[in-house]
Design a protein around this ligand. Structure first.
Ligand code: MTE
Ligand code: HPA
Ligand code: MOS
Length: 774
């Protein structure tokens, strides 16, 4: 592609159509573009601060016979080297399962596992010390493949099974039955800001930590456990993250705890920021999955039965993998209604860094398998996969394998809207035409529907709190448990407060996320941050409003029956403007000694789930959408381009079009990256080979689709979404799965005998092999 053509692509990306009436506030953007936004590494250093470096395991599995760091500790500038023996509390950071040490004790379980912390006056000294550490390890067998781990019964958590109907007997009724395997690889989060934390000791034997974490409370809890102190001695503060994508939901805790440990023991400030290669080596990624499927259809192409087994590569510790495994099961039938399903999932223990949350949280891995199964059936029957997809789309009243009944389904609406608006027939004919005319370039198309459940799958986690202060000058300070990581939640929180008070967004300052102001938070994750924290904030603002309205009625109107409204910063009584504006009202209220602060709490109603029977109603609602993806494959080189992604996405009633569109565009490109080019590679010894940006390719601006448009299906049925604006963070990533099938379809057009597997990512190497194998 010529450069000017590429520039044109960039413009197209920017010009997706706006939706009328939705706000465009982006509270963080000015700070980002002027470089004023504060990240952990921008916090001014305090006097006496020490820098931390981590000495991590050079092998993937073994018994530590001896570690010698006496010469390392003598390096000029080194203050102290910490081993597990220096931990005053418990050497344990596991969230769901207590199976992960902060610092390795006698055994190492993965390459990159932290063993020692070097605290030094400067980074050079710490670096020099690392090279002077001597370690003796007796190697043990290394497992990197989840199926091998399963065969040896190495599991991180009990296996799970979701079941509806009777798949085994339904298969006997099926006209067509197909079986196969499907694989998806890991994905490096590659947040721009690497993992890190800054901690300093405070009085009363306490510690304060600035952490780049999605879960401030998780860091607080872990620090308390490792230091052996109560949670009230640990304060965690988060201004924002330069991206998290799930990689900082649980895995930020280790670095925060290391900084806190050193600060607590040395009584000096301590900073621990990973370099990119350290981050890539030491942290877990999206869980790779290897899966089996069996799909059965009747003669009218209704999917009657589906059986699937997921082998999740969990890595060396459970981390969030058991919860991710659960979400894979929840999404194993994607947007389809299948009356007989048996889905089994195993979380397998391997010698890789513990894999973890990544946008979609296991959902994408589950959806890929059903899409592969449908594609397999379609190819074998000689029909287009879209016929089976459309035919089996879920409808209201359908029961999902986990017992929830579908309500307000937009699955068909999104599908029909996108196929109509972008004229699927014409796209298909143009592709047939193009392929007939070109011998060595072939185009392919795929449709990717998405149905994603909104709520933490762990019901207990679906709650949040917010604290609002209206100051006597009319300005407002808002604190919630929400962490801004680029997803725009700060903007949405400001909008909720402004709308509820009837005032300008300019009056509102969003404070940092802090465990002392807002306690016991769930991590910012599961796409639920705006819903949970927004609803809590709404409650807080409404409490203040009630007091303001009571004051207006009694003290200004002298009539408790009147109708009061604050709109555009003006006080209205019975729809008539008064002389009072927001500022003068607040002054009066303050003079009357009325409480201008409130704390709001929200916990999602309706949801429940019983793990003993694997049934319930775990999600507040579902988000729907469908994308059309087209790609062109260069059949001489095996390279490809994504030509277009057209998506119709159910955003509810979006309160921030710019933010929601950004989430869709970013999610789609990230999903395409996972499906097509990002290749996490470990060798058989469990060493990461794709350990830098030179060996791990993520999408850049030139690999985004040439055309990318997202149309919102504006719906208004979901009261559990904040101001009916549905969660948007994760679902769009899964549209990217369509890129895999679009490319694969082009390959098969070129080589109908191709044996190209359902094995993602579909890299140019795999494409080239697929183009020419027999
Ligand atoms: N967008 C940006 N820019 N950066 C991120 O780190 N994380 C994603 C998504 N979008 C992420 C993002 C993930 S994994 C989740 S769960 C949601 O945002 C979390 O935010 P939300 O709950 O406010 O949607
Ligand atoms: N999504 C993201 N993070 C989580 C979830 C979930 O469903 N459950 C627990 N942590
Ligand atoms: Mo997102 S994977 O739930 O942090």
């Amino acid at each position: 592609m010529l450069l000017d053509e590429k520039d044109k692509n960039i413009k197209q990306l920017q010009s997706s159509p706006p939706v009328s009436g939705a706000g465009g506030l982006n509270a963080d953007a000015p700070g980002h573009v002027t470089g004023k936004s504060i990240y952990v590494d921008d916090i001014p250093m305090m006097e006496g601060m020490v820098f931390l470096k981590i000495y991590d395991s050079p092998v993937a599995h073994g018994i530590i016979k001896a570690v010698d760091y006496t010469t390392a500790e003598q390096v000029d500038g080194v203050v102290k080297i910490f081993s597990y023996k220096d931990i005053p509390g418990e050497n344990q950071i596991g969230g769901i399962v207590a199976d992960e040490t902060l610092l390795a004790d006698t055994e190492v379980h993965f390459c990159g596992q932290p063993i020692l912390i070097i605290a030094a006056e400067n980074e050079d000294a710490a670096e020099e010390a690392i090279h002077k550490i001597k370690i003796e390890i007796d190697a043990l067998p290394v497992i990197t493949d989840p199926r091998v781990a399963f065969a040896q019964n190495k599991l991180l958590s009990p296996s799970r099974k979701f079941k509806i109907g009777d798949a085994a007997s339904a298969f006997t009724q099926c006209k067509h039955v197909f079986e196969g395997t499907a694989e998806t690889n890991g994905q490096e989060h590659l947040y721009l800001e690497t993992q890190g934390a800054y901690a300093y000791p405070t009085e009363h034997d306490s510690v304060k930590i600035f952490s780049s974490t999605q879960g401030p409370t998780q860091v607080q809890r872990t620090v308390a456990r490792v230091l052996g102190v109560s949670m009230n001695k640990v304060e965690v503060d988060v201004s924002r993250l330069g991206g998290g994508f799930g990689g900082k939901e649980d895995q930020a805790s280790a670095w925060g705890t290391m900084a806190a440990l050193v600060a607590y023991i040395l009584k000096r400030p301590a900073k621990c920021i990973l370099q990119r290669m350290e981050d890539m080596r030491m942290t877990g990624k999206r869980n790779p999955y290897s899966s089996d499927y069996k799909i059965g259809l009747d003669e009218d192409l209704n999917i009657l039965a589906y059986e699937t087994t997921f082998y999740q590569n969990g890595g060396a510790a459970a981390d969030l993998s058991p919860a991710i495994l659960e979400r894979t099961l929840f999404h194993c039938t994607n947007s389809y209604f299948i009356p007989n399903v048996t889905a089994t999932a195993h979380s397998c223990k391997t010698n890789l860094p513990p894999n973890t949350a990544f946008r979609g949280f296991g959902g994408p891995q589950g959806m890929f398998v059903i899409e592969a199964a449908i594609d397999h059936a379609a190819k074998s029957l000689g029909i287009d996969a879209t016929v089976i997809q459309r035919k089996n789309m879920m409808d209201d009243g359908n029961e999902l394998p986990y017992g929830q009944i579908i309500k307000n389904s937009e699955a068909r609406n999104c599908w029909d809207e996108v196929t109509g608006k972008y004229d699927i027939g014409k796209i298909r004919n143009d592709i047939i035409d193009f392929n007939a005319k070109n011998d060595f370039r072939k185009k392919g198309m795929a449709l990717m529907p998405v149905c994603f459940g909104i709520s933490f799958t762990n019901t207990m986690m679906n709650h949040a709190r917010a604290l609002v202060h209206v100051y006597s000058d009319g300005s407002v300070g808002v604190s919630t448990g929400a962490v801004e990581m680029g997803q725009g939640v700060n903007s949405k929180m400001i909008q909720v407060a402004a709308k509820t008070f009837g005032i300008s967004t300019d009056r509102i300052k969003l404070e940092t996320t802090n465990t002392t102001r807002v306690a016991n938070t769930s991590p910012s994750a599961a796409s639920s941050t705006a819903d949970l924290n927004g609803k809590a904030l709404l409650h807080a603002c409404n409490q203040v409003n009630e007091r303001l309205h009571a004051f207006i009625k009694t003290e200004i109107a002298g009539n408790i029956e009147c109708i009061v409204e604050i709109r555009d910063e003006r006080v209205y009584i019975n729809d008539e403007a008064t002389v009072y504006n927001w500022k003068s009202l607040i002054q009066q209220v303050f003079m009357k000694r009325i409480n201008l602060s409130a704390k709001g709490h929200y916990s999602t109603p309706v949801i429940h789930f019983d793990k003993t029977i694997e049934k319930g109603h775990p999600f507040a609602y579902h988000v729907y959408g469908t994308a059309i993806i087209t790609a062109t494959v260069d059949c001489l080189r095996g390279t490809y381009e994504i030509d277009a992604v057209y998506a119709v996405h159910d955003a509810g009633t979006s309160i921030n079009h710019a933010v929601d569109l950004g989430q869709c565009e970013g999610g789609i490109v990230q999903g395409i990256g996972w499906m097509t080019m990002e290749e996490v590679v470990y060798n058989d010894e469990g060493r990461l080979l794709s350990n830098a940006l030179s060996t791990y390719k993520i999408p850049d601006i030139y690999s985004v689709p040439k055309e990318l448009t997202v149309q919102f299906l504006n719906t208004d049925k979901n009261n559990l979404a904040i101001l009916k604006s549905k969660a948007v963070g994760e679902p769009p990533l899964m549209y990217g799965i369509g890129a895999f099938f679009a490319i694969r379809n082009a390959v098969i057009t070129f080589n109908p005998a191709s044996t190209i597997k359902y094995n993602a990512p579909i890299t140019p190497e795999k494409v080239l092999m697929g183009l020419y194998n027999q």
